[in-house]
Design a protein around this ligand. Sequence first.
Ligand code: ZN
Ligand code: ZN
Length: 365
Amino acid sequence: MSDHYEVLGVARDASDSDIKKAYRKLARELHPDVNPDDSAADRFKLVTHAYDVLSDPEQRRNYDMGGGQSGMGGFGFNNMSDIFDTFFGGGGQRGPRSRQERGSDALLRVDVDLVDVIFGDTRDVEVDTAVLCDTCEGSCCAPGVSVHTCDVCGGYGQVQRTVRSLLGNVVTSAPCGSCRGYGTVIPSPCPSCAGHGRVRARKVVTVTVPKGIDNGMRVQMTGMGEVGEAGGPNGDLFVEFQVTPDEVFARDRDDLFATIDVDMVDAVKGTTVTLEALDGPVELTIKPGIQAGEVITVPGRGVGHLRGNGRGDVKFGVQVVTPTKLSAKESAILEQFAALRPPVAPRFATHKQGLFTKLRDRLFG
Ligand SMILES: [Zn+2]
Ligand SMILES: [Zn+2]
């Protein structure tokens, strides 16, 4: 830990004005505006910190009594930027700032159907956005005129001010009020865009719906957002997808699920059937004796994987439909059928054989 008196090169009993004088001398030598050297910047911090402590009677007393040794991280440093500002002005950027700004990003929500995400699709969507002004093409000037250099700052965008301070006259710079720091002035702004170089417009954007996209997923379309002020670079367009639920097919990741009603007679005898799935006909074989809750899996007919090739599966859960209205003849035959079989009373199924467990295991297992 360096000694504050040594840093400033003064005796321990130095007067306030000696301390001030020593600091002024060192600051002129070491201030980053004058001395670009890194080691000078470090020393400047030390010197400023030392001055900060020793110029405050209470902190100096504390320091002399051995307190405040905690180092550079102490309270003294909090004031450093204040001292900086007092002596040297607020710092900040140099030179004119650009009129051009990057345009805003935009978020677009797009509803798609489940069938659209199986293979992916494209969609033309209207967006409200900012586009380059046709009249001035981003120059912001009325036709026939162009920006000219600001008379007040000579194109620097900054004006310098001399301030009397503890260190003598210090030159500070601030953004030019005449050109608002741009360094140039627009003599007569473009009437179409009021001098912004861009206008609001509706435009049609062709959005790619990626296969396998799911609810809430976003796609970034680089450079498709709003054009910036004065024709600055475009922002990005983010497209967020919402997949409208289908009445028949449910989705779990890339697999699709549907329930099929199978008549009791077909469940007993078995049959084949062709059903119209989301992506076209699918042929199902109902094997004789199929049970309620059984699942028929058709591989590769689900949603296309977002990454890589291939598709998920479609799974059909079987629901056996019991006839509720029988004709007299059907009833009579059913009675005969029942008489041929040993009676089977309703009973508990174990968890393992149960419909609920079976369904869960087969669908998600
Ligand atoms: Zn314009
Ligand atoms: Zn100016």
